[in-house]
Write a protein that binds this ligand. Sequence first.
Ligand code: FE2
Ligand code: FE2
Length: 153
Amino acid sequence: MSAIDRSDPIILGHVLAEHRELFTRMQTLKKAFADHPRPTDERFAEIRAAVVDLRDHLRTHFEQEEQGGFLEESIARMPRLAAAATAIVRQHPALLAELDALIARMTGDAVSRQGWAEAGRDFEHFAATMWEHERSENTVVQEGYNEDLGLLD
Ligand SMILES: [Fe+2]
Ligand SMILES: [Fe+2]
């Protein structure tokens, strides 16, 4: 019989589903930023709106993680993970700040060719940092629950 009690698969399933959803959103935006040399003003406004939407979604995601749940549970199960979990949560403000800076850069109706290229680089940097963040989180959860959840592929 599994050591995991009834509520755990719900928490873990939620985390996994959330991370998949975030990954899909980021992939869609990566493709949008690959639109060269630059999008129409209308398309630019759409992409900016999608970045704002991602930012709001991310804030909710981080709040859920911070307000207890899987990271706390992982620490309770395996106290040696506390330092890693704390370090992960501390990355949240910087990740949101990266998106805020990108949104600020995208303010205005029109986009210059250079401004668009810079926004694309900003997003690439954010996506890479965010991806590493989620990987670290998945590692903590997987170790905490001592289960191969197939999160690390
Ligand atoms: Fe997180
Ligand atoms: Fe996360």
